[in-house]
Design a protein around this ligand. Structure first.
Ligand code: NAP
Length: 258
């Protein structure tokens, strides 16, 4: 089969959380460029509207839905609005996330809960809702959860984030085995370091320069470096892939220092 046909997303409806900046915008653009209608979700409505306009100018079909991923009513409204505009969501990219750094012994309970709430709880409940609607509509679909190499390995100062992302990897597998029989695939992408609003201060500092030197490919990820993994998992090119976590990190996570 030709690659263009294998990765074709025309007649598909995607919902991307965290689409107001960074990787989420890149994911939404990649899906739209390959034919999907896209619902863009995040809290910053102005950013979403500007991005929706940009996608529409390039010929894509997109809507912007302001929602906090931890707000259940907002979640239901986001799926409803996507459905009303384009039909049942059959690609969910669970991308919204927050960073948190700090020593474990100093972690406040509310900080732990906040990181887990956005980075893990919301991933489960948005996936659950997407799956419920796919099953109800008798539609096959693909759920792509954005984990991290910090869900596979740990670094000092990242206990809550690492726990949440490890949870995303396991949640992905657990949902995959329950939903496989209905044709709903659930996979994850574990990015290494990409410069975004989440981490630009850190990665552009001396500490970031040191991190970069230790990445086998010698650079941080570029915007389009995740497109291939996303399109593989979202499209029929990945029809027999479920429960997988694809690591996209320039070789960072396989390396033992020494
Ligand atoms: N950049 C990296 O190196 C890297 C590496 C591994 C994994 N990741 C993961 O990739 C994902 C995207 O991160 P990024 O690097 O693109 O960071 P980013 O530019 O800061 O984007 C985070 C996105 O999440 C949204 N968001 C945060 N909290 C939200 C909430 N409560 N409700 C709705 N949306 C919320 C933000 O939108 P609003 O503020 O408008 O709501 C924003 O669009 C995250 O899950 C992150 O953990 C990133």
């Amino acid at each position: 089969m030709k690659a263009a046909d294998l990765f074709d997303l025309r007649h598909r409806v995607a919902l991307v959380t965290g689409a107001s900046s960074g990787l989420g915008q890149q994911f939404a653009r990649a899906l739209a460029d390959n034919g999907a209608a896209v619902a863009l979700v995040a809290r910053r409505a102005d950013r979403l509207a500007a991005f929706r306009d940009e996608l529409e100018k390039s010929g894509a079909r997109a809507i912007a839905v302001e929602a906090d991923v931890t707000d259940r009513a907002a979640m239901l409204r986001a799926f409803d609005e996507a459905e009303k505009a384009f039909g049942t969501v059959d690609i969910l990219v669970n991308n919204a996330g927050i960073a948190h750094g700090g020593r474990a012994v100093e972690m406040a309970p509310e900080d732990w809960r906040k990181v887990l709430g956005v980075n893990l709880d919301a991933v489960f409940f948005w996936a659950q809702e997407a799956a419920r609607r796919m099953l109800a509509a008798n539609r096959k679909g693909s759920i792509v959860n954005i984990a991290s190499v910090l869900g596979l390995m740990v670094a000092k100062g990242g206990a809550a984030y690492a726990a949440a992302k490890a949870g995303v990897v396991q949640t992905t597998k657990a949902l995959a085995v329950e939903l496989a029989f209905k044709g709903v695939r659930v996979n994850a992408i574990a990015p290494g370091w990409f410069v975004t609003e989440m981490n630009d201060d850190y990665l552009m500092s001396d500490k970031g320069a040191a991190i970069k030197r230790e990445i086998p490919m010698g650079r941080f990820g570029n915007a389009g470096d995740l497109d291939g993994a996303l399109l593989l998992l979202a499209s029929d090119a990945g029809a027999y892939i479920t429960g997988a976590t694809i690591v996209v990190d320039g070789g960072q996570v396989i390396q033992i220092k020494g």
